[in-house]
Design a protein. Structure first.
Lengths: 302, 302
C-alpha cells in the first residue's frame, strides 16, 4: 500500500521554481497603483496649473510669462481692483456665513427631534428630509426659482432667496451628520441625567449638546463649504449682478472675457473651502479616536 | 414620585416633535411646495400679457396641453435628439467613471497600505473643489493655444479646437467632473468588505481573478449601484459643463433646454414641464437610492 502512494505524492507536489506574477497573490499591485496615481494626477494637475496661472505676469491663461501677484492685487481688472470680483467674493462669504447660522441650528434640532421621537409621523418627516439629498440640483434650483417668482413674491431674488435655497439643501447635510453621531452615542447619557433630576431641556443643554459639539462644528464647516461652492441653486436665484456669487461669476466670465484674475478668484474660493474643510476634519478628529479615520467619515457624508 | 414622572414624560414626548417642527416646516415650505409650484406652472393653462404662464395652484384647473406637447416633442420631435444625446453622453461618462473609478476605489480601500491616508485625501480633494473651478481649469488647458494642444504638437498633431461643440470634450468633462462623486461611495463599500473573506477565498484555492469575480464584485455590487445612481442623477440634469466646455447647441443636453426655457425666455411652462418629465425619468433612481439609504440608516440604528 505505502509503495503505491509515495510516487503519487511526489508527482502531485512538484517544487515550483517560478510563479507567474498574476498567480502570486502577494505581489505588489503595480497596475492598480499606477491607475490610481495617474487618476490623481489627472484630477489635480489641471487645478495646480490653473492656480499657477493666477500668478501669471501677463494676460494669458495658456502661456507662462513669469511670476507675479498682480492678478490678486493690484493690476487693472485684478481681484483687488475689479469691484465686480470683490463683490462676488463678499456675497459668497456673507451667504456662506448666513447659511451656516440658519441651517446648523435648524438641522441639529431636526436631527435630535427625528432621532429621539419615534412615531409614524417622524418617519414621514425623516423621509421628507432626505429627499433633497437625492433630488438633482437642477430640479431643486428650478423648483425654488418658480416658487419664489410665483408664490413667495415677498422674498426678492438675490441674497434672501439664495439664503433660503442654500439652507434648504444644507439642512439635510446637518441632519445626516448629527444624526449618525446621535445614533452612536445612544440615549443612555440623557436618561442618566433625567434620572438625576434634570429636566429634558437641561439634559439637552448640559449633556446632549456638548456630546454633539464636534459633529455640530463639522457639519457647520461642511455647510459653509457647500454653500461657498454651490452653483446651480445660486444661478437660479441670484437675480441680478449685484448679488452674484463667486461660482456664478466664474461661470459667466469664463467664456466672456477671461483673464488670470478669474484664476485668482477661483484660487481664493479654493482656499476658503479648504480652510473650512480642514476645520471640519479637526472637528471630526476630536470626535473619536477610534479605528475609522475622519477622512473616512468625510467620505461617508457624500 | 409617579406624578412628576408622568409630567416629565409628557414634556419629553412633546419636546422631540417640537424640536423637529421648524426643520420639517422649512422643508415643506421650501422643498415640497416648490416641487408643487413646478407642477402648477407646467400644468398652467393661461398665459399673461407678458407671455408668461400663470401657475394653476388648484389641481382642478390643471391643463395638460403644454405637458403633452413636451412629451410628444420629446418622443418624436425637436427634443428627441436632446434626450438621446443626454442618455448617450451620460452612458459614456458613467462607463469611463466605472473603468477608472473602480480600480482607484479598490486600490485605495484594499491595497494602498501605509499611503492610504494620503491617497484618500488626494481622492477626496477634487470632491470639495468647486465644480466650476475644475471646469475652468480644463478650459484653460483646452484653449486653442493651451497646454493640451502644445503637448499634442510635440507629437506632430495639428491643434484641435476642443472647446467649440466637441462631443468628446463634453463626455470627458462630465467624466472628469463626476468621477470623485463616483469613487467615494464605491470606496466606502469596498472598505467595508471583511478581508478575511478574501483570505478564505484564497485559502480555498481561488485565484486573484476568481476571488475578485466571485467575492469582491458581488459584495461591492451595492456600492457600485449607489455610485452609479449618485453620479447619474446630477449628470442627467447637468447644463453648466456643456456651456463651459462646448457652448454649442449641437451638444445641448436636457438641462440646457431647461435652463434656456426657465432663465432666458418667457416659456417657463415648457421649462417646468421638462423639469417634471426629467424628474419622472429619474424618479426610479431617486426612489431606489432613498430606499438604500433608509435601509443603511436603519441598520446603523440597530
Amino acid at each position: 500500500m505505502t509503495n503505491t502512494h509515495v510516487p503519487v505524492r511526489a508527482e502531485a507536489a512538484p517544487i515550483r521554481k517560478w510563479v507567474p506574477p498574476w498567480r502570486n497573490p502577494w505581489r505588489r499591485p503595480y497596475v492598480l497603483s499606477a491607475i490610481t496615481w495617474l487618476y490623481i494626477l489627472w484630477s489635480l494637475l489641471p487645478l495646480l496649473i490653473a492656480v499657477q496661472f493666477s500668478f501669471n505676469d501677463g494676460r494669458s491663461r495658456s502661456t507662462w510669462q513669469g511670476f507675479s501677484t498682480q492678478w490678486y492685487c493690484c493690476a487693472e481688472g485684478s481681484v483687488g481692483e475689479d469691484p465686480s470680483l470683490l463683490l462676488a467674493l463678499e456675497n459668497s462669504l456673507i451667504l456662506g456665513v448666513a447659511t451656516v447660522l440658519v441651517a446648523t441650528p435648524l438641522g441639529v434640532m431636526l436631527a435630535m427631534g427625528l432621532t429621539r421621537w419615534r412615531s409614524r409621523s417622524s418617519k414621514v418627516a425623516n423621509g421628507i428630509a432626505l429627499v433633497p439629498l437625492v433630488t438633482p440640483e437642477i430640479v431643486v434650483g428650478s423648483a425654488l426659482y418658480l416658487v419664489m417668482v410665483n408664490l413667495y413674491q415677498f422674498v426678492p431674488l438675490g441674497r434672501p432667496a439664495m439664503l433660503l435655497g442654500h439652507v434648504t439643501f444644507s439642512v439635510s447635510y446637518v441632519l445626516v451628520i448629527v444624526r449618525s453621531r446621535l445614533l452612536s452615542i445612544g440615549g443612555d447619557y440623557e436618561e442618566a441625567a433625567r434620572d438625576l433630576g434634570a429636566s429634558p431641556l437641561q439634559a439637552i443643554r448640559t449633556i446632549l449638546i456638548p456630546l454633539l459639539m464636534p459633529s455640530i462644528f463639522a457639519s457647520a464647516m461642511i455647510v459653509f463649504a457647500t454653500s461657498l461652492d454651490d452653483f446651480v441653486v445660486s444661478q437660479f436665484l441670484f437675480g441680478d449682478a449685484s448679488n452674484i456669487t463667486v461660482p456664478v461669476k466664474l461661470y459667466n466670465a469664463v467664456r466672456a472675457a477671461p483673464t488670470p484674475a478669474l484664476n485668482a478668484l477661483a484660487s481664493l474660493l479654493l482656499v476658503g473651502s479648504f480652510l473650512a474643510l480642514i476645520l471640519a476634519y479637526v472637528g471630526l478628529r476630536a470626535r473619536r479616536r477610534g479605528a475609522r479615520s475622519p477622512l473616512e467619515d468625510l467620505a461617508d457624508y457624500g | 414620585m409617579a406624578e412628576p414622572n408622568d409630567r416629565r414624560d409628557r414634556t419629553a414626548r412633546r419636546l422631540w416633535p417640537a424640536l423637529a417642527l421648524p426643520g420639517t416646516f422649512w422643508l415643506i415650505a421650501l422643498f415640497l411646495v416648490p416641487v408643487y409650484a413646478v407642477m402648477a406652472v407646467a400644468f398652467s393653462g393661461t398665459i399673461n400679457i407678458f407671455g408668461e404662464p400663470v401657475p394653476a395652484w388648484n389641481p382642478l384647473d390643471w391643463q395638460f396641453a403644454t405637458f403633452n406637447k413636451v412629451i410628444s416633442d420629446s418622443v418624436s420631435g425637436p427634443y428627441q435628439q436632446v434626450w438621446i444625446r443626454t442618455a448617450i453622453y451620460s452612458f459614456w461618462a458613467l462607463l469611463i467613471s466605472m473603468v477608472v473609478g473602480y480600480p482607484v476605489a479598490y486600490y485605495t480601500a484594499r491595497l494602498a497600505g501605509k499611503r492610504r491616508g494620503l491617497v484618500l485625501a488626494l481622492i477626496l480633494a477634487p470632491w470639495w473643489i468647486n465644480y466650476i473651478t475644475r471646469m475652468l481649469a480644463w478650459v484653460n488647458l483646452l484653449q486653442d493655444d493651451g497646454y493640451v494642444n502644445k503637448a499634442l504638437g510635440i507629437f506632430g498633431v495639428a491643434p484641435i479646437s476642443w472647446l467649440s461643440g466637441n462631443s468628446y470634450t463634453v463626455v470627458m468633462a462630465l467624466a472628469y467632473g463626476y468621477l470623485p462623486y463616483f469613487i467615494i461611495p464605491l470606496f466606502a463599500s469596498l472598505d467595508r468588505i471583511d478581508p478575511r473573506l478574501l483570505e478564505a477565498s484564497r485559502d480555498l484555492g481561488v485565484g486573484a481573478v476568481g476571488t475578485f469575480l466571485r467575492v469582491t464584485l458581488p459584495l461591492s455590487k451595492m456600492g457600485l449601484i449607489t455610485a452609479l445612481v449618485i453620479t447619474a442623477l446630477p449628470m442627467a440634469g447637468d447644463y453648466y459643463t456643456n456651456t463651459l466646455v462646448s457652448g454649442s447647441p449641437n451638444t445641448n443636453m436636457v438641462g440646457n433646454l431647461i435652463e434656456l426655457f426657465l432663465l432666458q425666455g418667457p416659456s417657463k411652462n415648457f421649462g417646468a414641464a421638462l423639469v417634471l418629465l426629467l424628474s419622472l425619468v429619474l424618479l426610479f433612481f431617486m426612489a431606489y437610492y432613498l430606499i438604500l439609504t433608509q435601509r443603511a440608516s436603519r441598520e446603523a440604528a440597530r
